[in-house]
Design a protein around this ligand. Structure first.
Ligand code: TMP
Length: 212
């Protein structure tokens, strides 16, 4: 029996990682075999690729090099972590996946969504999430939240301009319109409890659909 692959997407400071952790705790408490993972990373090799990509010193990294590294990390993470768990009937909650590449490298960096999709389809062999939750928030609000949480990792992408983050948001909205069945938007400007409740509703609906 195959399980479920659910991805969490959004711009900086949307709160998706915190929500994901709470969802994992709740699903676990309910007795579901669930793992939480993230991209870039989620396996030893992929975490090493993450360090190269996000190193604040790597300001000269070419946009296509970056896209290829994300795709390479994704491949390793899928093979080592995601696919085995899903094949065993488990639920994988993943902080970012293919849509992050389409949006950040394809949209905001200007390589083109469909070109980045081609590279990623090679990496994933066409495997897509059963459900993707997009946490939508104005970049000004997200970045202000990050500024409040000083303990968070500072990475190369935090150095980007506000207009870059607006391009990211535009690309997410475009992708959601392109794939409304898979990608569901959650208004992340709402209070945390509401965002969490809406997330659980969405996930419980796919679990139920699968088991009926
Ligand atoms: P995060 O840990 O805040 O999610 O940061 C990871 C950063 O990497 C974030 O700024 C988005 C970026 N990213 C891409 O540009 N492309 C990708 O494919 C992925 C997975 C992440």
């Amino acid at each position: 029996m195959s399980g479920l692959f659910i991805t969490f997407e959004g711009g900086e400071g949307a709160g998706k990682s915190t929500v994901l952790q709470h969802v994992k705790d709740k699903l676990e408490k309910d007795g579901n075999p669930v793992i939480a993972t993230r991209e870039p990373g989620g396996s030893v090799i992929a975490e090493k690729i993450r360090e190269v990509i996000l190193d604040p010193a790597h300001t000269e990294m070419d946009a296509r090099t970056e896209a290829l590294l994300y795709a390479a990390a994704r491949r390793q993470h899928l093979v080592e972590t995601v696919i085995p768990h899903v094949k065993n009937g488990g639920i994988v909650l993943c902080d970012r996946f293919i849509d992050s590449s389409l949006v950040y490298q394809g949209g905001a960096r200007g390589i083109g969504i469909d070109e980045v999709l081609q590279v990623n389809l090679f990496a994933t062999e066409g495997m897509m999430p059963n459900l993707t939750l997009y946490y939508d928030v104005e970049p000004e609000v997200g970045l202000a939240r990050i500024a409040e949480h000083k303990g968070r990792e500072f990475n190369r992408l935090d150095q980007e301009s506000l207009s870059f983050h607006h391009e990211v948001r535009k690309a997410y909205i475009h992708l959601q319109e392109r794939e409304p069945k898979r990608i569901h938007t959650i208004d992340a400007s709402q209070p945390f409890d509401i965002v969490l409740a809406k997330t659980l509703q969405e996930i419980e609906a796919v679990i139920e659909k699968k088991t009926t």
